[in-house]
Design a protein around this ligand. Structure first.
Ligand code: HEC
Length: 170
């Protein structure tokens, strides 16, 4: 009986070690890598529907720059101060002009316009145009803008509706 107990205790201890290790394995890079296939990394490059395939490295860089430069307002693809204008693909697609492609997003970062495209909001939204107003934008390179756009478009393909969350997450 005693030996059965100690045997049980030992296997319990074993489990205590094994379970975190297994959880670690499930949530670490292999699972993420599996979702970053070429299809996931391919997004519209321009309004005409030309496609571009980013590398995983580019999207990782895009994510870092995005989180640093835009994260205060757009973490997770939402817009904290205007929840109706999130960065989810549906909302981007319905803007004028549609913003669900790399070129349009880069344009927006250079010279942001209202959702209906009627007027510039460069004096309200951080942009390359008014770097004075938002110094964090000043040092961004064209390539970084492109990689951030790539990240904004790839993120919902990896995260699903958790990206941009829809209004229900608030
Ligand atoms: C200070 C807060 C703030 C920061 C920082 C910020 N944004 Fe925004 N962003 C907003 C707001 C507010 C809107 C909604 C503007 C409007 O009323 O049309 C918006 C809208 C957008 C849109 C349009 C979304 C759509 O569905 O049409 C894009 C694209 C965007 N931001 C990209 C960025 C990027 C890229 C960065 C980082 C370089 C950034 N933003 C940094 C506040 C911010």
């Amino acid at each position: 009986m005693a030996s059965l107990l100690s045997c049980l205790q030992r296997s319990l201890k074993g489990l205590l070690i094994l379970v975190p290790v297994l959880i670690g394995l499930v949530f670490s890079s292999p699972a993420e890598a599996a979702s970053w296939d070429a299809e996931t990394l391919t997004v519209p490059a321009d309004p005409e529907g030309i496609q571009v395939t980013f590398s995983e490295q580019e999207i990782t860089t895009g994510r870092k720059v995005f989180n640093t430069s835009c994260g205060t307002c757009h973490a997770g693809g939402i817009t904290k101060t205007n929840q109706n204008v999130g960065l989810d693909p549906e909302t981007l697609a319905l803007a004028t002009p549609a913003r669900d492609n790399v070129d349009a997003l880069v344009d927006y970062m250079r010279d942001p316009t209202s959702y209906d495209g009627e007027y510039s909001i460069a004096d309200l939204h951080p942009s390359m145009r008014d770097a004075e107003l938002y110094p964090a934008m000043r040092d961004l390179t064209d390539e970084e803008l492109r990689l951030m756009a790539g990240y904004i478009l790839v993120a919902p393909k990896v995260q699903g509706t958790a990206w941009g969350g829809g209004k229900i997450y608030f």
